[in-house]
Write a protein that binds this ligand. Structure first.
Ligand SMILES: O=C(CO)[C@H](O)[C@H](O)COP(=O)(O)O
Length: 290
């Protein structure tokens, strides 16, 4: 099958290779001419036979601009797929705009990171059955081998919603391993912290791919001495917590792990300064001065 692919960075570039290895004809476009197969979106559209399917794999901030530009060179019967980490609430308005031109829209949550090229990408898909059905050969080539790794989660927006929750879970899981790491490292008894994590990779209740990756990181740097704890976020955790507030769902762990990232960016917590000041005020308790 033919596919246009817009955005050939770490994710898109690897997806192009996986699709080509499976025998699909991929025409890729990237603003970086060294990565691109064509010079413009117009040329990409020209190279594809109608009805066309074009997968957009760009950073969340530029998705709408990219889709609008793409819609200008596509037409009736074509389909645009957004595989980036868009907020699910952006999907329905996009689908409505495209529908006015007769262009279909599918949202896909893609998980697999830089390992997806070899292991496959787990795909969480939202959209109309008639559009999803047309893209099945592409989904089959991208997904991991085996029974799992693909879901048509519901109508437009459901794919990104599923990916948002997946990423919220990712925050919580990572943070639980991280807290376990800190406690083991603080312990007077355990002398081989990396060894404990390594041993957990088989047979334990807590084995997982994230655990495997933490073991890998500890192999490279057993005390994580090269890293600062400052941890960024790109929005999915915040959207998950926003949804939890909207629906009054108690997301204790995921919310705490998101807030832990915010705390990681503070040199000295203003809130904890206030707590120290209050203890001093009401009880004359000692404080540490700068
Ligand atoms: O989708 C992903 C993994 O599943 C991305 O790596 C994820 O967006 C990273 O999110 P954050 O920067 O908020 O930790």
């Amino acid at each position: 099958m033919q596919l246009g692919l817009v955005g050939l960075g770490r994710m898109g570039g690897n997806m192009r290779e996986r699709l080509r290895a499976a025998g699909h004809e991929v025409v890729g476009y990237d603003r970086n001419a060294e990565l691109s197969d064509v010079a413009s979106l117009a040329e990409l559209a020209d190279k594809l036979e109608s009805p066309r399917a074009v997968w957009v794999m760009v950073p969340a901030g530029v998705t709408d601009a990219t889709i609008d530009e793409l819609a200008g060179v596509l037409g009736e019967g074509d389909i645009i797929i957004d595989g980036g980490n868009s907020r699910f609430s952006d999907d329905a308005p996009r689908a409505e705009r495209l529908n006015e031109q007769g262009i279909g829209y599918i949202d896909v949550g893609v998980s697999g990171g830089v390992w997806g090229k070899q292991n496959g990408y787990a795909l969480m898909v939202g959209g109309a059955q008639e559009h999803v059905g047309r893209l099945m050969p592409i989904f089959e080539a991208l997904k991991p081998e085996g029974e799992f790794g693909f879901v048509h989660a519901g109508p437009v927006g459901a794919g990104h919603y599923a990916k948002m929750v997946h990423n919220g879970i990712e925050y919580g899981l990572m943070h639980a391993y991280a807290e376990g790491y800190e406690l083991l490292a603080a312990s007077e008894l355990v002398t081989n912290v990396p060894g404990v994590f390594k041993s957990w990779r088989e047979g334990t209740v807590v084995r997982s791919w994230l655990l495997d990756l933490l073991d890998r990181a500890l192999d490279e740097d057993p005390e994580l001495a090269e890293l600062s704890g400052y941890t960024e976020d790109t929005g999915e955790g915040r959207w998950t917590v926003d949804e939890a507030v909207r629906l009054a769902v108690p997301l204790n762990v995921i919310t705490a792990s998101l807030f832990a990232r915010f705390a990681s960016r503070q040199d000295d917590s203003p809130a904890m300064k206030a707590v120290a000041a209050l203890r001093q005020q009401f009880g004359g308790h000692a404080v540490h001065k700068r």
